[in-house]
Design a binder for this molecule. Structure first.
Ligand SMILES: [Zn+2]
Length: 187
């Protein structure tokens, strides 16, 4: 049995990335920023290279914390990340009371999109069951082929599980038009 050599980025790929960083530096490095997002916003979105939330929503460094996974879906890993983020931001503001006031709100955005790659995994219920941490019989309820239904389900799940200071907003990004639409929370 032969072993393929490990793939490494080509010199041209690496230099293109460093050239990109040089262009970034030309615009000036932002001043000291808080680890707590300036807009008190967390965005869950897809890893798809076509749907970078910083570009789509015109965000700057420090504005929002972004979690990306396949589909921008609520999974056990996302909930673990949220628990860790809450610990980190709490440590960043040690003077904050342990129990936040009702006015101390955050926004959690579920940003999914049309033509998502996760729609191509419909024939892999076992994989999806593991991903969502659910029984394989329940995979259909996660609506992986319909971003509108998927966002609605994920928003409902977050409303049940996140701390009450989070306002959960569902959005669907249309890849053809670039437009983002807020989904109706009642559907
Ligand atoms: Zn996607």
């Amino acid at each position: 049995m032969t072993t393929e050599p490990a793939a490494t980025p080509s010199p041209s790929q690496q230099s293109a990335l460093l050239e990109g960083n040089a262009r970034y530096l030309e615009h000036g490095v932002p001043g000291p920023l808080s680890i707590t997002p300036k807009q008190r916003t967390v965005i869950l979105s897809c890893v798809d290279p076509r749907v970078d939330p910083a570009r789509i929503l015109d965000l700057r460094e420090g504005d929002a914390a972004v979690i990306r996974n396949v589909g921008g879906r609520v999974t056990p890993a996302v909930m673990q990340t949220m628990a860790m983020l809450q610990m980190i931001t709490r440590a960043d503001a040690p003077d904050q009371p342990a129990a936040p006031s009702p006015a101390d709100t955050w926004t959690f955005v579920v940003l999914q999109h049309t033509d998502c790659g996760i729609t191509r995994l419909g024939d892999h219920p076992d994989l999806l069951a593991t991903y969502f941490g659910i029984d394989v019989d329940d995979v259909e309820s996660r609506n992986v082929t319909d971003p509108n239904a998927a966002v609605a389900g994920d928003v409902a799940q977050l409303n049940r599980t996140l701390a009450p200071q989070f306002i959960v907003v569902g959005m669907v990004h249309d890849l053809d038009t670039g437009r983002v639409r807020i989904t109706d929370p009642t559907t």
